[in-house]
Design a protein around this ligand. Structure first.
Ligand code: SF4
Length: 299
């Protein structure tokens, strides 16, 4: 007997404009060239990466990039440090630059802050080793301090000028709390400037996502495991709805758990393709209407 269940996809979830642009550029190139290198995964979503790989997009790492000559390479939305452009020029590599405008503007801001205040400590709230953060650090010769959370604050000298920026996908709450902690520790008379450089494509989604997540008994959050904004937005969903399930691919759907709910909302990160959320919805619908549920779990 089939059970009546309401399943809806959040229409505001899915790729941000930076990712849409990068994927469009890749597909445009692949329409003519049939193969294209991409430095790092084009988006933190293995399902979408596999789809583009099948079309001819080959993901390469930095080591492989350094061996290439006389070819074409796409730089993804995260942006790259200056030395990567230098390598491309030396090796006659044509760059298909899909660096997001929001990231490029932040790179420029950091460069300018360093030029204007060379003695200031440039602090970036972000994930160490994340491609975007490396691109930001490279703008000022890696002379900055990266802090991931409050426990890294001891890297800062509170008796010297501080200029704080944020990786674009951090949460505004986290940024504000770091600002408050720095102010608490700051020695008297020391200059502290801070710039909330969080991308609004991520932070503007939060109030809407909270509202969406509170409307359903169960939330299925679809995202790649390495997506920074995926982690932020998943936590947002879980904060308003403890019944939030993380799903990276169709195989992750926990049907034994889903059976207990009659309304399900599906949403995702700025790196989650719509087609994947639709496939999740279809698979669940199929499960509830199928007579052989055990067989359907494996489809
Ligand atoms: S999240 Fe914002 S900064 Fe990052 S790629 Fe998307 S639009 Fe650009």
């Amino acid at each position: 007997m089939s059970k009546s269940i309401k399943i809806e996809i959040d229409v505001r979830s899915g790729f941000c404009h930076g990712v849409i642009r990068a994927i469009r550029k890749a597909e445009q190139e692949l329409n003519t060239d049939k193969s294209l290198y991409c430095l790092g995964e084009i988006v933190h979503n293995s399902e979408e990466v596999s789809r583009l790989n099948r079309k001819g997009l080959q993901t390469i790492d930095k080591e492989q990039f350094m061996q290439l000559k006389d070819t074409k390479v796409l730089f993804r939305a995260h942006g790259e440090p200056p030395e990567v452009y230098d390598i491309a020029q030396r090796n006659n590599i044509t760059v298909v630059d899909a660096s997001c405008g929001v990231v490029l503007a932040l790179q420029q801001k950091i460069r300018k802050a360093h030029e204007e205040s060379p003695d200031a400590q440039i602090v970036i709230l972000g994930k160490k080793g994340h491609a975007e953060v490396i691109g930001l650090e490279g703008q000022i010769g890696y002379s900055d301090i990266v802090i991931e959370n409050e426990s890294d604050l001891n890297k800062i000298d509170f008796s010297r000028q501080i200029i704080l920026f944020s990786q674009t996908t951090k949460s505004v709450e986290e940024f504000n709390s770091i600002v408050a902690k720095i102010k608490e520790n700051l020695k008297e008379g020391v200059d502290f400037r801070y710039y909330d450089t969080i991308c609004r494509q991520v932070s503007n989604r939060i109030p809407e996502l909270k509202e969406f997540a509170s409307r359903y008994e169960l939330i299925i959050f679809v995202s790649g495991k390495n997506s920074s904004n995926g982690k932020v937005l998943f936590d947002v969903c879980r904060s308003v709805n403890p019944n939030t399930m993380f799903v990276a691919s169709l195989n992750d759907i926990d049907f034994d758990n889903i059976e207990h709910f009659s309304s399900i909302g599906i949403c995702g990160a700025t790196s989650t393709p719509i087609w994947l959320m639709e496939a999740v919805k279809e698979k669940i619908e199929h499960y509830f209407t199928s007579s052989d549920k055990n067989l359907n779990k494996k489809i």
